[in-house]
Write a protein that binds this ligand. Structure first.
Ligand code: FES
Ligand SMILES: [Fe+2]
Length: 356
């Protein structure tokens, strides 16, 4: 039985049999790194051959975090308390103080795969972890040789993942929360159309003869003062978002069409915390440092707002956590239905792995 599925932002469940980004590639090295995935502490490191490993981040001996001072020796991680070593499959390989190694002396090992500049993790049933389920990175633009792609900004969000996911896919707030920083104040009232497939919901706004807003002038390389602009937000289940802007220059010699896109997977770290891994795709090259500084400036406005929304939600009894939607929330409701179906389907399937 599927049972009740909670899909209210602030308290939403996430599908477990899915790939989520857990780190940028350059964050995972021969030194252990701690992260969370759906409530599980995980430690990430690389084998000698460079391939990534993700293990449950708790030594079964006396409960030390393996990431807390753990050392990578060959392909194993050595706990910093009494020196037990665990291999990439999670089995204990060595007990320095001797004696037999019990079959219980093991930690959970998670399927991981590295694509482009990030590491994907599968927190669910490992038998279902098919890398072909990961969105096509060429289609996202990340590995398209005709475009420039950049990675480098990770934001820890102190909110339930659905707040972050819906925020990224709801454009009307940019006219208010971001105070016209990334628009000329007209996005909220502008009509939109929806495009829906089995696993994605797009919200598209078309603007004709729009003045270029200051941030676009500063960082997008536009030469004209007026543009036709398409703003397309796409929610790709379970939690990846693309924010695509196409600008058609007008009134200049050799007008160009320029694409500026953010690709942002949201990862449920725990029930009340998530990560946003921000990548950028553009027609024109950019200097990564100022690019991500600019993005951080406005994404922090969401980060601060959503932490406050979550804190208030948590402080109130359920009967005061009222949520009333408007027309601009229709795409969010479609996305919730897709997530609901994903969770229903995985609950209906017989073999779901349990946490260590
Ligand atoms: S707690 Fe890890 S070796 Fe003892
Ligand atoms: Fe925002």
């Amino acid at each position: 039985m599927a049972g009740t599925i909670r899909l209210t932002p602030g308290d939403a469940e996430a599908p477990r049999d899915q790939w989520y980004v857990i780190a940028f590639s350059n964050e995972v090295t021969r030194a252990p790194r701690a992260r969370m995935i759906m409530g599980d502490p995980v430690v990430l490191f690389r084998r000698e051959d460079g391939s990534p490993v993700a293990l449950f981040d708790r030594c079964p001996h006396r409960g030390m975090r393996l990431s807390n001072g753990g050392k990578i020796i060959d392909d194993n991680i050595q706990c910093n308390y009494h020196g037990l070593q665990f291999g990439p499959d999670g089995m204990c390989q060595k007990v320095p103080s001797g004696g037999p190694i019990s079959n219980q002396m093991r930690v959970r090992s998670y399927p991981v795969t590295e694509i482009w500049n990030w590491i994907w993790i599968w927190p669910g049933d490992p038998d279902k972890a098919d890398p072909a389920l990961i969105p096509d990175h060429h289609e996202l633009g990340l590995t398209d040789p005709s475009l420039h792609s950049y990675s480098g900004l990770m934001l820890e969000m102190q909110c339930n993942y659905l707040h972050a996911y819906e925020n990224l896919n709801e454009a009307s707030h940019v006219s208010f929360l971001h105070h016209g920083f990334i628009d000329t104040g007209n996005v909220a009232a502008h009509p939109f159309r929806e495009e829906v497939t089995e696993d994605r919901v797009s919200t598209v706004r078309e603007f004709k003869d729009e003045p270029v807003f200051p941030y676009a002038r500063m960082s997008y390389g536009l030469k004209s003062d007026v543009v036709d602009r398409q703003l397309r937000l796409t929610a790709i289940a379970p939690t990846l978002t693309t924010v695509s802007e196409r600008y058609q220059e007008k009134g200049v010699e050799n007008p160009r069409e320029l694409l500026v896109r953010l690709v942002v997977p949201v990862t449920p770290a725990s029930h009340k915390k998530c990560y946003q891994f921000v990548a950028a795709v553009r027609t024109l090259p950019a200097e990564p440092a100022p690019l991500f500084e600019g993005l951080r400036a406005f994404l922090q406005e969401d980060q601060i707002a959503l932490a406050d929304v979550q804190e208030l939600f948590d402080s109130l009894p359920p009967d005061q956590r009222i949520e009333v939607s408007v027309k601009a929330d229709n795409p969010a409701w479609r996305t919730r239905r897709i997530l609901e179906n994903m969770i229903k389907n995985e609950r209906a399937s017989p073999a779901v792995a349990t946490a260590t």
